[in-house]
Design a protein around this ligand. Sequence first.
Ligand SMILES: [Zn+2]
Length: 251
Amino acid sequence: MKLSHPEAAPAPALHTLAAGTNIPVEVRRLDRARRLRLSFRPERGFLLTCPTGTSKAAITVALEQAGPWLRRVWTRHRLEAAPELPQHLHLPAARGTWRVDYQARRNRLSADLLEISANSDPRRALAGLRALLRRLAKLIFLPRATQLAQQHGFVFTGLSCGLQRSRWGSCSSQGLIRLNSVLLFVEPALVDHVLLHELAHTRHLDHSPAFRRLMRELDADDEAHQRALGDAWRDLPTWWWHGGCLPSGPP
Ligand SMILES: [Zn+2]
């Protein structure tokens, strides 16, 4: 099930400059391009457009030549865009609020506290936060999925929780459900809708009329919930997907 927000596109590949900086560069080869052109998009990193036949080597040379500019823009962007990490998390789907402690000795999840061993490193803080959210998501969503499956006679083979940029959830042909942990930030009724959607895929793997009919039977507010999910991404915190675009090494 797609998450319809404008930044929901695959993360660009990381390119490592000779000086050791990792920068996200999306390379697009275009028929109409006459020459190589570099631009920067704050939410997505750099975009390099070039003529169709441009070799990998030519691209590497171009990026190295632009290296000082790339590093300058990227460093400034990271400073400006470094996500502010939350001290408290209100998670409607988990029906509670968690305090976040970044000075802990190890990462640990308890009833109302997320302990993260960040050692004053914002990257570790973000990674710890994301890891604990995934753990919490599984604790909340697996029992609910099991309950809904029993109630409606579905069989699924497993459930995992990730932090995808572009989907609320998916279901494989083997009946494996994968949910986006950011569902913790939406209302329980919407989580149920996503779970029912993915469980319904264990019967119909497509979005055929039969699937739509089944969804209307399972969820009396099917359309309203679809619309609400379409809007829900606007209320998601920005840091949850930010990590995907941060370079892995120091600038
Ligand atoms: Zn679907």
